[in-house]
Design a protein around this ligand. Structure first.
Ligand SMILES: [Fe+2]
Ligand SMILES: [Fe+2]
Length: 164
């Protein structure tokens, strides 16, 4: 669980780095919202960095892949425009919401500390999804296609990072 979550939060950080590389110093409402979400993803990543170290979990071997793929996904969606960037967040967070919900259920009462972290981050991810929707994610060009492709990619990334 910690390996895949660490990988996912790293991917999230890279997606926002890709988007912000495109949006630069833009002061638009969307760019500001993205900077705020990016900051929270840094906090999530830091927490899982600590857990990886404390519990001696092997990090995913796919980190170099997520490094490039995350950044590319962020930059590509940002190049399509602010609404497409937000469509990316909405799609990713929908999958992560499910993923974290499933972990909370699996954890039951076995690991209260980890469970609390996952629950807290899940609430942040749901807020990110809502922010993305509020910023017009669904009005992005080819929203259905874009969203479906990104969700499929995220599910694959989760499956791979759980094992590798
Ligand atoms: Fe996160
Ligand atoms: Fe998020």
């Amino acid at each position: 669980m910690i390996r895949v979550d660490h990988a996912g939060e790293y991917g999230a950080v890279r997606i926002y780095e890709g988007q912000l590389a495109v949006f630069g110093k833009s002061q638009s409402k969307t760019a500001k919202a993205i900077r705020h979400m990016a900051q929270q993803e840094q906090d999530h990543l830091r927490a899982f960095d600590t857990l990886i170290n404390e519990r001696r979990v092997r990090p995913t071997a796919l980190e170099p892949v997520w490094r490039v793929a995350g950044f590319a996904l962020g930059a590509a969606t940002a190049l399509l425009g602010e609404k497409a960037a937000m469509a990316c967040t909405a799609a990713v967070e929908e999958v992560i919401d499910d993923h974290y919900a499933q972990q909370v259920e699996e954890l039951g009462s076995s690991d209260p500390a980890l469970k609390e972290t996952v629950q807290k981050f899940r609430a942040d991810e749901i807020a990110h999804r809502d922010t993305a929707l509020a910023h017009g994610a669904e009005a992005a060009p080819a929203y259905g296609l874009l969203s479906g492709a990104i969700k499929a990619g995220c599910r694959l990334a989760i499956a791979l990072s759980t094992r590798l």
